[in-house]
Design a protein around this ligand. Structure first.
Ligand SMILES: [Zn+2]
Ligand SMILES: [Zn+2]
Length: 74
């Protein structure tokens, strides 16, 4: 005691730790996936899979893009 500590010094660029509207519940994460419009293969990771590994179809506007909820499994 007797020492003033600025709580603002522990502020980081990350928004984690605070309440973020739009996140349903804690512990579950969401991931954006897509399904091939050519052969319906999926789900595919939209971040790393630009082409369908099954028919080599490239993700286009006709492909189904959806967000799924998954558990990290802890
Ligand atoms: Zn495909
Ligand atoms: Zn497509």
């Amino acid at each position: 005691m007797g020492r003033h500590s600025t709580s603002s010094s522990s502020k980081t660029s990350s928004s984690s730790g605070g309440k973020h509207s739009g996140a349903p519940g804690s512990g579950s994460k969401t991931k954006t996936v897509w399904y091939c419009s050519s052969c319906r293969f999926g789900p595919l990771n939209i971040d790393i899979d630009e082409y369908c590994p099954d028919c080599q179809h490239r993700r286009c506007s006709s492909c189904t893009v959806t967000t799924i909820e998954y558990n990290p499994g802890r």
